[in-house]
Design a protein around this ligand. Structure first.
Ligand code: NIG
Ligand code: FE
Length: 447
């Protein structure tokens, strides 16, 4: 016999509420965080990257709390609301974040972590005034790393990558994109992407792979660039796509490297094989890369130090994400950085990334946030947005990561500072207290 039909609407509603709390009590969370001084949720109500003034809106909850079941976020609200929703027994891991800042895990959407060797010797060359392309043409730069990476075993590349990912995680990064591009032959490019796949399977950090065979012209193709492009198009891309070794395809579009036309050709084939396009553009010279990025409607495009206004406006129109990499001009000792303020005013969505590579070696998104503020005049809120939800959008993973919302992966950072302004303010040190990846504490700082 049904009783529901005989009770008033008010009573039915009450019954529903008590049923909710019974379910909630039965399904006790695995972990809760309570009393966060600031819980930066960055909730993705926009569903698309934040642009313009939206980048300032961190959707902060004071005395914030959240609950995790398994690897997912199940509740977000104030501490008081959490305690009225759940009964907490002794099996629940309770983290008191009083006086602390809680944010989504950092997303680093542009890196090159698969390589062997190092290039610390180039620092003195740079100090003497040698440019990036001069060092490259003298056999250093990318080509030096290619030599070492070709010789390295896949195990060595995995070992190197693991060290980098371990450090990234300690500094708060929970999702990373990485590129090949130091192999530049079929076998070594595939070896690099396989190394990335192994790392993704064995490391807590989620690693998303990009094929960057068009990173430089390898020495054996020095005066035969056309032949190398044909190798990329006819052998590398089909093999990589059929083995599902990459999600994206990138090209270093730059004067003296790959031209606009060559970039178009490579990315059109990549698109045909199901790889999503990205481009390194206008890093050293304005080659009209921004316009190309807009024309090809790429997901994200990196560097943009020299991009012209027409190209930037076209990017804004198409919603192409500008992934700004302030670590690169910093390590190259350049005066100019990407014009972030102009881009924000134009409504271009901005993400931030480390661009970790042997020329620009930092694992720290905290460092990048500081550079974004001090060198590109982004506000702390804009920089944090760019390092989380907009980074997730740059990888088309915003339905899973980048914000603290019910149903998303429990990738959460707890910082030993009271508010988000501290992230760039107290620079050059690791402000992390705890890193939670997929609902588990994967790093705890000892003070
Ligand atoms: O994004 N500029 C091209 N590629 C990398 C650097 C690679 C290297 O110098 O090893 C970048 O900065
Ligand atoms: Fe790069």
């Amino acid at each position: 016999m049904s009783v529901t039909s005989t009770v008033s609407l008010k009573k039915t509603k009450k019954k529903k509420e008590s049923l909710t709390s019974i379910i909630a009590k039965e399904q006790s969370p695995d972990l809760i965080i309570i009393h966060a001084n600031q819980l930066v949720t960055l909730d993705s109500k926009y569903g698309v990257p934040r642009i313009g003034d939206e980048m300032q809106n961190l959707a902060i909850i004071e005395d914030g709390a959240l609950a995790v079941i398994d690897n997912r976020i199940e509740f977000v609200g104030t501490t008081e609301e959490l305690f009225s929703f759940y009964t907490i027994n002794q099996d629940v891991l309770v983290i008191d974040a009083s006086n602390e800042l809680v944010t989504p895990g950092f997303v680093d959407p542009h890196t090159h972590i698969i390589f062997d060797g190092s290039r610390e010797n180039e620092l003195e060359m740079k100090l003497k005034g040698m440019s990036y392309l001069e060092i490259l043409n003298a056999g250093g730069g990318i080509l030096k790393t290619v030599k070492a990476t070709r010789k390295a075993s896949i195990e060595k590349l995995v070992e190197n990558g693991k060290k980098i990912l371990d450090r990234m995680m300690k500094f708060g990064t929970t999702t990373v994109e990485t590129k090949s591009g130091y192999g530049l032959d079929v076998e070594s490019e595939i070896k690099s992407l396989r190394a990335a796949k192994i790392l993704n399977n064995k490391h807590p950090i989620d690693l998303i792979s990009t094929f960057l065979g068009a990173h430089a012209i390898p020495p054996e193709y020095k005066n035969k660039k056309e032949d190398y492009i044909n190798l990329i198009i006819s052998e590398m891309i089909p093999k990589i796509a059929s083995e599902e070794l990459a999600e994206f395809c990138d090209v270093f579009c730059e004067e003296g490297i790959f031209s606009i036309e060559e970039t178009k050709k490579i990315l059109s084939i990549a698109k045909h094989f199901g790889l999503k396009p990205q481009i390194h553009i206008d890093e050293i010279v304005d080659t009209n890369g921004a316009l190309l990025a807009a024309e090809m409607n790429v997901v994200q495009t990196g560097h943009l130090l020299k991009s012209n206004d027409e190209g930037l406006k076209a990017m804004a129109k198409m919603g192409v994400i500008a992934t700004l990499l302030p670590g690169t001009p910093f390590s190259l000792m350049l005066k100019d950085y990407a014009p972030a303020r102009k881009m924000i005013d134009l409504g271009i969505p901005i993400a931030l990334a480390t661009d970790l590579n042997p020329n620009c070696w930092t694992e720290s998104m905290q460092m990048i946030i500081a550079l974004a503020c001090y060198k590109m005049k982004m506000t702390p809120a804009e920089a944090l947005t760019a390092a989380t939800i907009n980074g997730a959008c740059a990888l088309q993973k915003q339905d899973q990561i980048g914000s603290i919302e019910i149903g998303k992966k429990a990738d959460i950072l707890i910082f030993e500072v009271p508010n988000y302004n501290f992230l760039p303010y107290q620079f050059g040190v690791n402000l992390i207290d705890k890193v939670i990846k997929n609902g588990k504490i994967v790093f705890e700082n000892i003070f």
